[in-house]
Design a protein around this ligand. Structure first.
Ligand code: DHK
Length: 151
């Protein structure tokens, strides 16, 4: 049997607070809930997920560098680093893997400083504003990108 493709799902700063942080904006779903839903869908899709969160830019970059050897694609919600981090964008470029960027909120309908994303320059697709479901849409899309034979 062929080994299953591995998709790395990365979450940046403050996403560990999901569910309790500004629930009127980010909702009440926790990151553990999101992880559980991603794992269930991954099982159906026949892919492995490696789900991680860090508040540290360097840690995220280390994981992206490792992904070049260990993963077939990356889903990333970079949190606030979306709008500031050239280093994260460079790491994603160097990884040379398909990337889907996810935001729980519609960053374009929020403050001006959230409208620009460095990560979007290197993402194959961007999902914003669909809440935690965005992760599931991204997972389904990326699974099909890495394995076009998927039903
Ligand atoms: C999450 C954050 O933490 C913010 O800094 C971004 C993003 C938006 C989200 O919608 O998931 O601006």
């Amino acid at each position: 049997m062929e080994p299953k493709p591995t998709l790395l799902i990365l979450n940046g700063p403050n996403l560990n607070m999901l569910g309790t942080r500004q629930p009127e904006i980010y909702g009440r779903t926790t990151l553990a809930d999101v992880e559980g839903e991603c794992r269930a869908l991954a099982e159906d899709l026949g892919v492995e997920v490696d789900f991680r969160q860090s508040n540290h830019e360097g840690q995220l970059i280390d994981w992206i560098q490792e992904a070049r050897r260990t993963a077939d694609g990356i889903i990333i919600n970079p949190g606030g680093l979306t709008h500031t981090s050239v280093a994260l964008m460079d790491a994603l470029t160097a990884a040379d893997l398909p990337v889907i960027e996810v935001h729980i909120t519609n960053i374009h309908a929020r403050e001006e400083f959230r409208h620009h994303s460095y990560v979007s320059r290197v993402a194959k697709g961007v999902i914003a504003g669909l809440g935690p479901q965005g992760y599931l849409f991204a997972l389904e899309a990326l699974a099909r990108i890495v394995d076009p034979d998927l039903e």
